[in-house]
Design a protein around this ligand. Structure first.
Ligand SMILES: Cc1cc2nc3c(=O)[nH]c(=O)nc-3n(C[C@H](O)[C@H](O)[C@H](O)COP(=O)(O)OP(=O)(O)OC[C@H]3O[C@@H](n4cnc5c(N)ncnc54)[C@H](O)[C@@H]3O)c2cc1C
Length: 488
């Protein structure tokens, strides 16, 4: 049996293509494979890309082999962790996907409070293993989000105000560089690379393993959402602004604006009703949590108050079914300064003017431990922003194109309306796929961006890893699998 050239992979129609990569033991899925369409699907159903080959790795050696194969054959590379990024950068057209979705192992050392997590794990995997010992680290608020992409961009979540961003709890990584070399990066080993990996995204290599610091959390915490009618949004936000200003670090909150999702815990008569919902999670003693949350719960009579003792691991997946795999999504985002009255008015006016009941807006309260880490300690650059808002247009794939266009316009228009009020920075992991390249620079600010360019130039001078929110290296560089070069 002959092995096809990379150009032939996926081109034959009758027989499944046999592809071989030296030293690769995982699964190779080409376009004529029965699992191809499932394997190329990502969380965002609006992404429809057709890679030439999906290399589903089962170990670090596979990643090394896949990177070398791609380079030898001048193939475009995409890296897939959890496949959750709204921009769909985990999948490329016509290249190779280095797919880590089969590498989800988590090992916990409860005594030393550390966890080692493979590069394709989801946050649900980490929470499950760590909470068995009453431990956790800051992760995302949806359990089917990938650990890798989230961590490499920074990592915001319920625990960040107490325990810092996910990157603040990152102790070391194993990373396969553009040369196919396996490095360990930490404060002591390749510290420049370690700095860049803590916020700079997938620009520097394929991370096969993360080592995290863990903290005592729960396993039962005081947590849950409080819902008010959308017409109360302005008043609720004014109270919220003053309430979180003095809130202890233990309290994490996320405000969600949108239709009440049809979750079993929400009474049916509230399903799909436009509401402002403040999600809360208190990462400290339960009695303290009850006391701290009392004023918020009593501020105005809510439609529903679900705050109470809850298993942290269950709370972490409470929103999972509100952001379903395969729906179509389009996001816009920005950091926000202090919530002044005029800014609150803009949010209250635009947050509910979408047409799809699946669209929503989420606003994370930052500060606390996030803001106490020095701005140049990691490549995450939004530490001085008090709030982070993400405008999430969502609609069903079977809905007509006009609905998608309307929702997309809503998200763009909302960000435009925020323009005079917003902070000039954005969380790189909330950037969409159609952003102006200047927004990547905006995500970091000039000093951090320029330092990232230096690290990129050292570790990936040919910009092999560019299917991401790209930081371009410092000299004339390759921008695709061809010999095209781009000026800096
Ligand atoms: C519903 C939803 C909820 C979210 N909630 C949060 C949240 O609470 N907090 C938060 O901080 N973010 C959140 N995010 C954003 C999230 O951080 C990003 O979408 C992130 O990219 C997801 O990681 P992933 O591994 O699933 O990404 P993927 O889509 O698999 O990959 C995205 C990019 O990350 C890089 N990458 C992925 N894996 C690796 C790897 N192993 N090595 C090197 N590079 C890699 C690559 O550049 C890749 O293109 C959320 C996203 C969604 C869709």
């Amino acid at each position: 049996m002959t092995t096809p050239t990379p150009a032939e992979i996926g081109q034959r129609s009758k027989e499944p293509t046999v592809v071989e990569i030296d030293g690769f033991r995982g699964r190779l899925i080409s376009a004529d494979h029965a699992d191809y369409d499932i394997a190329r699907a990502v969380w965002n159903g609006a992404i429809d890309r057709r890679p030439r080959l999906i290399a589903r790795c089962i170990g670090t050696a596979d990643v090394v082999a896949a990177v070398r194969f791609a380079r030898d054959h001048d193939l475009e590379i995409a890296i897939r962790g959890g496949g959750h990024n709204v921009a769909g950068t985990a999948i490329c057209d016509d290249g190779i996907v280095i797919d880590l979705s089969a590498m989800r192992a988590v090992r916990v050392d409860p005594a030393d409070r550390r966890a080692w997590v493979q590069g394709g794990a989801l946050w649900g995997d980490v929470d499950h293993e760590t909470q068995a010992h009453g431990l956790a680290t800051t992760g995302g608020i949806v359990s089917h989000t990938g650990v890798a992409g989230l961590t490499l961009g920074g990592g915001v979540g319920w625990l960040m105000r107490k325990h810092g961003l996910t990157v603040d709890n990152l102790l070391a990584v194993d990373v396969v560089t553009a040369d196919g070399e396996l490095l360990r990066a930490s404060e002591d080993e390749h510290p420049d690379l370690f700095w860049a990996l803590r916020g700079g995204g997938g620009n520097f290599g394929v991370v096969t393993s993360f080592e995290f610091r863990l903290h005592s959390v729960g396993p039962t915490v005081v947590a849950g959402p409080i819902l008010w009618d959308a017409t109360d949004a302005g008043r609720v936000l004014r109270f919220y602004r003053d309430f979180v200003r003095d809130a202890p670090d233990e309290l994490g909150t996320v405000v969600r604006f949108g239709a009440a999702p049809p979750l079993p815990v929400i009474p049916e008569d509230l399903h799909w009703r436009p509401v402002v919902m403040i999600g809360t999670c208190y990462a400290g003693p339960m009695e303290d949590g009850e006391q701290v949350l009392r004023p918020l719960r009593a501020s105005r009579t809510p439609l529903l108050d679900l705050v109470g003792p809850a298993p942290y691991v269950g709370f972490q997946s409470a929103l999972d079914s509100t952001v379903v795999h395969g729906w179509n999504y389009y996001w816009k985002s920005t950091h926000l300064p202090e919530l002044r009255d005029d800014l609150i008015d803009v949010i209250a006016e635009h947050a509910f003017s979408c047409s799809s009941p699946r669209s929503y807006v989420a606003m994370f309260h930052m500060e606390g431990a996030v803001a106490r880490v020095a701005g140049d300690a990691t490549a995450y650059a939004g530490r001085d922003a008090p709030h982070n808002i993400v405008i999430d247009a969502a609609w069903l794939p079977e809905q007509n194109k006009e609905i998608g266009a309307t929702e997309t316009e809503w998200a763009r228009g909302f960000l435009d309306a925020l323009e005079p009020h917003r902070a000039e920075s954005v969380y790189v992991n909330f950037l969409g796929g159609d952003e102006d390249p200047d927004r990547v620079r905006e995500a970091y600010g000039d000093p951090v961006y320029d330092r990232l360019v230096d690290v990129k130039t050292t570790y990936d001078p040919d910009n092999v890893f560019h299917h991401n929110q790209n930081i371009r290296p410092g000299t004339g560089t390759r921008i695709s699998g061809t010999s095209r070069t781009c000026p800096n």
